[in-house]
Design a protein around this ligand. Structure first.
Ligand SMILES: Cc1ncc(COP(=O)(O)O)c(C=O)c1O
Length: 406
C-alpha cells in the first residue's frame, strides 16, 4: 500500500466520513430484528414480471440504441412521458426544462457541483435528508439549519435567518427542501409556506432546491402544488424527481426540472459524471409509461402503504407511553414518521438497547448537521410487514419505557 496515500486524497474527500446511518443499518440485518431503519420501498411493490418482460422486449426490439450511449439530456420519448406525468400533477413543463438523471441522488450531487464553492452557505431544514447533507458536504458547503414543524419549513425563522445572513453579506446560494412528506420528518409544507418561501427567494435572489421523491405517495388529504408550479417559470426553483419510489429504485432514473440556463450547466456537469443516464433504463421506463402501467402501479403502492401507515399509527397510539413529551408526526404520505422523545433520552445510545430487543430505527442526530435531534428517531413503515409493524412498535415502546424508568 502506498505510504503517502492519505496525502493523495483530495481536500474534498479528506473530511468525509462514512455515513453513520449506513454503518448502523448493517447492524439491523439480523433476520429476527424488525427494522424501521431503512428507507426502502417494499419489495412487494416491484413489478418483477412486467420489468423482466419489458427488459427482454426492449433489448430485442430496440437493442441498437437501448444498449448504446444516449444523449446527456435524456431520451426525448421519456421526456414526453414525464411532461404528461407532470401535467397530471398540475405542472406545465416543456421538454427543454427537463433533464433526465441517474436518479435523484445524482441530481443533488449535480446541484452541489454546479452551485457550491467551498464554504458557501446553504440553508437546509432541521432535520434534513441525510443523502442531501452528504452530497452538499462533499462540496464543503456550510450548513445553516432552519427548524421544521408540522407544516414544514418554518418560513418565519427562514425570514429571520435570511435577513441576518444578508446583513453579514453571507446569503446562501439556495434553500434545500423536501416539501412533500419529508424524509425524515414526514411533514408536508403548507401552501401558505410554499408561497412565502417563493416570495423570500425572489426577494433575496437565491434558489430553492425542491426534492420530492414521495410526492405521488399521498394517503390522506389533498395534493398541494409543487414549488416548481408555484414559481410559474420564473426560474427560482430546481425540482428534483425520481422513479425510485413510483417504479423501483434499481432502475436508477429520475429527472430535474429547471430553467434552460441552469440545465445547460447541469448537462455539462453530468457529462463528466456519467456521460448519460442508462439508455436501457430509460427505454424500460418509457415503455412502462407508454403502456399506461405507471398510474395503476402507483395506485397499488399507495393502497399498500396507506394500510401500513394506518397500522403503524394505530400501534403507536396503542403501545407508546402516553405523555406530552412523547409525540410523533402523522404523515399524509411518503415512507416515514418522526418520533420525538423526552430530551433526557439519547436515541443514539438507546439504539443498541433496541437492537437487543430486536427492533431498529434511525436515530435523529444523523439528520442534523449541528448535533441536534438526539432525542428523536425516524421510523419507516413501508418496508416491514403489517405484523412486523405491530410487533416492532410493541418492542420499541418497551425499550422507551425502560429508558423513562431509568
Ligand atoms: C428526500 C430524498 N431525496 C433523494 C433520494 C434519493 O433517491 P434516488 O433513489 O432517486 O436517488 C431519497 C432516497 O431515499 C430521498 O429520500
Amino acid at each position: 500500500m502506498l505510504s503517502r496515500l492519505e496525502l493523495l486524497f483530495s481536500i474534498n474527500v479528506t473530511g468525509l466520513k462514512k455515513s453513520v446511518i449506513r454503518e448502523l443499518l448493517k447492524l439491523t440485518q439480523d433476520p429476527e430484528t424488525i427494522s424501521f431503519a431503512g428507507g426502502l420501498p417494499s419489495p412487494e411493490t416491484f413489478p418483477v414480471q412486467q420489468a423482466a418482460d419489458l427488459a427482454k422486449e426492449v433489448i430485442l426490439k430496440d437493442g441498437v440504441w437501448a444498449l448504446q450511449y444516449g444523449a446527456t439530456e435524456g431520451d426525448p420519448r421519456l421526456k414526453e412521458q414525464i411532461v404528461r406525468l407532470m401535467r397530471d400533477d398540475g405542472v406545465q413543463v416543456k421538454p427543454e426544462n427537463i433533464l433526465i438523471i441517474s436518479a435523484a441522488q445524482q441530481g443533488l450531487d449535480m446541484v452541489g457541483k454546479v452551485f457550491v464553492n467551498r464554504h458557501n452557505p446553504i440553508v437546509i431544514g432541521r432535520p434534513s435528508y441525510v443523502g442531501a447533507i452528504g452530497a452538499f458536504r462533499s462540496y464543503a458547503a456550510n450548513f445553516v439549519g432552519v427548524d421544521l414543524d408540522e407544516h414544514g419549513l418554518r418560513t418565519d425563522l427562514l425570514k429571520e435567518t435570511l435577513k441576518k445572513m444578508r446583513l453579514e453579506a453571507n446569503l446562501p446560494k439556495f434553500i434545500y427542501t423536501v416539501p412533500d412528506f419529508q424524509n425524515p420528518a414526514g411533514v408536508t409544507m403548507s401552501l401558505e409556506r410554499r408561497k412565502t418561501l417563493l416570495d423570500l427567494v425572489r426577494e433575496y435572489q437565491i434558489l430553492v432546491i425542491e426534492d420530492t421523491p414521495y410526492r405521488h405517495l399521498r394517503y390522506v388529504g389533498n395534493s398541494i402544488p409543487t414549488l416548481y408550479q408555484l414559481d410559474n417559470n420564473e426560474g427560482y426553483v430546481i425540482s428534483v424527481h425520481t422513479f425510485s419510489k413510483i417504479l423501483f429504485p434499481g432502475i436508477r432514473l429520475g429527472w430535474i426540472m429547471a430553467s434552460p440556463q441552469i440545465l445547460e450547466k447541469f448537462i455539462i456537469a453530468k457529462q463528466s459524471m456519467d456521460l448519460c443516464t442508462s439508455a436501457l433504463s430509460q427505454a424500460i421506463a418509457y415503455e412502462y409509461c407508454e403502456r399506461g402501467w405507471l398510474k395503476p402501479h402507483i395506485q397499488e403502492n399507495v393502497e399498500l402503504y396507506q394500510k401500513k401507515r394506518k397500522i403503524m399509527l394505530e400501534a403507536l397510539d396503542m403501545y407508546m407511553p402516553k405523555q406530552p413529551d412523547i409525540c410523533w408526526t402523522r404523515p399524509e404520505g411518503g415512507l416515514f414518521l418522526w418520533l420525538t422523545l423526552p430530551a433526557s433520552i439519547d436515541a443514539d445510545t438507546m439504539f443498541f438497547q433496541a437492537l437487543e430487543e430486536k427492533v431498529a430505527y434511525v436515530a435523529g442526530s444523523g439528520f442534523y448537521t449541528d448535533g441536534g435531534g438526539r432525542h428523536c428517531m425516524r421510523i419507516n413503515f413501508s418496508y416491514p410487514s403489517e405484523n412486523e409493524i405491530v410487533e416492532g412498535i410493541k418492542r420499541l415502546s418497551r425499550v422507551i419505557r425502560k429508558n423513562l424508568d431509568n
